[in-house]
Design a protein around this ligand. Structure first.
Ligand SMILES: Cc1cc2nc3c(=O)[nH]c(=O)nc-3n(C[C@H](O)[C@H](O)[C@H](O)COP(=O)(O)O)c2cc1C
Length: 142
């Protein structure tokens, strides 16, 4: 199975989860400015934060570049300060419009963590366990 990981982060929270997914899938976690390979991807993990109830516009622009003939499935991982999941909803809509099924959704509520611009984020053990389980489930099911 061909896997890729792309993520957007401002303050490091989403990057910390991307790093855990990278470890489980043995795939490098790259920012969204790293182009996807030309070979088709079976499972693309896409991550992003929530800013004023939306994804970052660079991430929405990245979604617009995706091609359903090159990306078979998407698994989303998102973070936010509050309990709502507008980034997941927006990214799901963009993927669906592209004709690419979203096969998994992972979301973590970060509270105030990372709000002050910290770049190096240490996840709690239960967060590590949760995202590792998500990544492994995606591998097993796709
Ligand atoms: C400028 C800014 C705006 C934010 N707006 C929201 C928001 O509308 N809703 C929310 O739940 N969290 C909001 N947050 C919190 C972030 O979504 C949260 O810290 C997230 O983990 C950021 O991911 P990152 O560290 O990968 O950039 C905001 C954070 C920043 C810095």
């Amino acid at each position: 199975m061909t896997i890729a990981i792309r993520y957007q982060t401002r303050n490091g929270n989403t990057a910390a989860f991307a790093s855990q997914i990278s470890a489980i899938t043995e795939t490098p976690a790259e920012k969204i400015d790293t182009p996807l390979t030309t070979t088709p991807i079976d499972l693309l993990f896409i991550g992003g934060g929530t800013y004023f109830m939306r994804p970052d516009k660079t991430l929405s622009a990245f979604m617009a570049t995706l091609d359903a003939t090159k990306v078979k499935h998407i698994a989303l991982f998102t973070t936010s300060g509050g309990p709502e999941t507008p980034t997941d909803k927006a990214l799901t809509k963009l993927a669906t419009e592209k004709g690419i099924p979203v096969v998994g959704h992972f979301h973590q509520l970060m509270g105030g963590k990372g709000m002050l611009g910290s770049k190096k984020v240490t996840l709690k053990p239960d967060q590590i366990q949760a995202v590792q389980t998500f990544a492994q489930t995606m591998l097993n099911e796709n």
